[in-house]
Design a protein around this ligand. Structure first.
Ligand SMILES: C[S@@+](CC[C@H](N)C(=O)[O-])C[C@H]1O[C@@H](n2cnc3c(N)ncnc32)[C@H](O)[C@@H]1O
Length: 199
């Protein structure tokens, strides 16, 4: 149900049951359902590691794995008002003392394909796409495409960035013949962050 239904205003598409005030609330909602399940959490764009830390500290299942990909040198191109190099961590990984967590340093275009050959996708996977950029997001979507399965979850962190994550997702869907159905499961702040479950 839209917040604006019947008011003659532009439909904001919000649904009360899946609208969260901020991204922490959205992730908490997802974690409330996944914290006691073995999962594979893949994060593309880690920066300081706030979200991979959150997922690995709440999901304590021994067989869960958390893999974070990043250059740790910041954005390869400018994005919206942020300059190339923004989020630079001087090449350093976040300090997370958890043997289930792994970081893969490098440009996605050099590291993701090779690393995914060693990754496991049997358990429910959560793909957190937080690279901001069109180029990075589209590249990753095509790399994970052969691994996707029903019940996997995709989280976009800047979905409303129309020329970037949103456009990458649209092109991805078109180029994969709309093979997947994406069930909307949550959004924040006019779709800044969005989560989908594969059907
Ligand atoms: C918004 S930050 C990630 C924030 C993090 N997920 C969090 O929740 O705190 C985006 C990150 O994506 C990384 N990134 C973007 N494109 C990349 C690429 N092609 N290869 C490697 N890293 C990339 C940047 O280095 C940057 O650290």
């Amino acid at each position: 149900m839209s917040e604006n239904k019947g008011k003659g205003e532009i439909n904001d598409y919000y649904t009360r049951s899946a609208t969260y005030k901020n991204r922490i609330q959205l992730h908490d909602k997802l974690l409330s359902e996944l914290k006691n399940k073995p999962i594979y959490y893949y994060e593309f764009g880690v920066a300081g590691g706030d979200m991979i830390k959150k997922w690995s500290s709440i999901n304590k299942i021994e067989t869960s794995r958390f893999v974070g990909f990043d250059s740790f040198e910041g954005l390869p191109e400018h994005w919206e008002e942020k300059q190339q190099g923004h989020f630079n961590q001087d090449g350093k990984f976040p300090d997370i003392k958890d043997s289930r967590v792994k970081f893969v340093k490098g440009w996605f275009q050099d590291s993701v394909y090779k690393e995914l050959l060693n990754c496991n996708f049997e358990k429910q996977c959560v793909y957190h796409l937080d690279a901001d950029l069109f180029s990075s997001t589209l590249y990753v979507l095509f790399q994970i495409q052969p691994k996707l399965k029903v019940n996997d979850i995709l989280i976009f962190d800047e979905f409303s960035s129309f020329e970037h994550e949103f456009d990458a997702f649209e092109i991805f869907k078109k180029c994969t013949n709309n093979k997947w159905q994406f069930e909307f499961i949550g959004a924040v702040n006019n779709y800044r962050q969005v989560a989908f479950k594969l059907k």
